[in-house]
Design a protein around this ligand. Structure first.
Ligand code: NAD
Ligand code: UDP
Length: 312
């Protein structure tokens, strides 16, 4: 494959760092842009010695110019604790960040992929969620800064495509986990593993019967890159994730078993607007690319536990 110049915004974060690494392994030139709000230098420090890797400290709410062939737009805090910390900034990152990246893509004629989210479906009334479902989002709730920001970003992407023929790809990413999740970002898998390894209480919110479908990061990154390389007429939005659904209580029990921890499970109030069920219908993506998740939950959890055992 021809060497391409690829900009990855949010490249020092959890997903972004794996994406940068994989693109470099595919022999591309990678520009990693990040403001380090939730990203960490540790995530990409091993890439800095590669001459085809460039790290750029920048905030995507400000205009940015570079010559590139492709842009993966991942910059945005993704965990509820982090995106609610400065809700206005989260909205600005999704909306102004997307405007800046779309404007750049238009000017330099780059292809641009938006990391959208299952949160565009809110607390879904349809199960599993297909791309045709328009969602059930509270526009003024605690999660709105993230959900509505991402929904508006999708609207910006499709309209830059319709009006200005910008080459776009929109992926609705479902819960993803693995090494390099931030240890204090409060997302359920990293949180439970950190609690278990420290023998602290495992905090299950609600009664733990709410569900999520978790995808291991390597599978996710493979799918994102393959989708970016689909023909131009394919724009999405398309769901990506592992459709195997687990209750949160089940995840807590698995992590207790795999870590051999002395932690106890304690129940805490369910946060407002916490979706009760979530499971992607991925048939649309599977018709476009040769992709399916390959890492099962037990193996993925064990790999993630190993990572946290080394880094905590
Ligand atoms: P993350 O918090 O680890 O990574 C986000 C990165 O964006 C961080 O490095 C952060 O510093 C950077 N960033 C935030 N605001 C920025 C700004 N204004 N300018 C420049 N950089 C900025 O989260 P992640 O899990 O790696 O998520 C990456 C993307 O994927 C996000 O857009 C997120 O919404 C999307 N996504 C992730 C998941 C998941 O389960 N991990 C699910 C759905 C969607
Ligand atoms: N959760 C939990 N305990 C925690 C963190 C999260 O029970 O310490 C629950 C949370 O209420 C939600 C699910 O786990 O129902 C997934 O939460 P996460 O923040 O990882 O992702 P999201 O809600 O954005 O899917």
């Amino acid at each position: 494959m021809k060497k391409r110049r690829i900009l990855v915004t949010g490249g020092a974060g959890f997903l972004g760092s794996h994406l940068c690494e994989k693109l470099l392994n595919m022999d591309h030139e990678v520009y990693c842009l990040d403001n380090f709000f939730t990203g960490q230098k540790d995530n990409i420090i091993h890439l800095l010695k590669n001459p085809w890797f460039e790290l750029i400290r920048h905030d995507i709410t400000m205009p940015f110019f570079i010559e590139a062939d492709e842009i993966y737009n991942l910059a945005c805090p993704a965990s509820p604790i982090h995106y609610q910390y400065n809700a206005i900034k989260t909205i600005k990152t999704s909306i102004m960040g997307s405007l800046n990246m779309l404007g750049l893509a238009k000017r330099i004629k780059a292809k641009v992929l938006q990391a959208s989210t299952s949160e565009v479906y809110g607390d879904p009334t349809e199960h599993p969620q297909t791309e045709n479902y328009w969602g059930n989002v509270n526009p003024i709730g605690d999660r709105a800064c993230y959900d509505e920001g991402k929904r508006c970003a999708e609207a910006l992407f499709v309209n830059y495509h319709r009006q200005n023929q910008v080459r776009i790809k929109i992926m609705r990413i479902f819960n993803t986990y693995g090494p390099r999740m931030h240890p204090s970002d409060g997302r359920v898998i990293s949180n439970f593993i950190v609690q278990a390894l420290k023998n602290e209480d495992i905090t299950v919110f609600g009664d733990g019967t709410q569900s999520r479908s978790f995808c291991y990061v390597d599978d996710m990154v493979d799918g994102i890159i393959q989708f970016m390389n689909t023909p131009e007429n394919i724009t999405g939005p398309v769901n990506i994730g592992n459709p195997v659904e687990h209750s949160i209580l089940e995840i807590a029990e698995k992590i207790l078993e795999f870590t051999g921890s002395r932690s106890k499970i304690v129940f805490k109030p369910l946060p407002t607007d916490d979706p009760l069920r979530r499971k992607p219908d991925i048939s649309k993506l599977k018709n476009m690319i040769q992709w399916k998740p390959t890492v099962d939950m037990d193996d993925g959890l064990k790999k993630t536990i190993n990572y946290f055992m080394k880094t905590l």
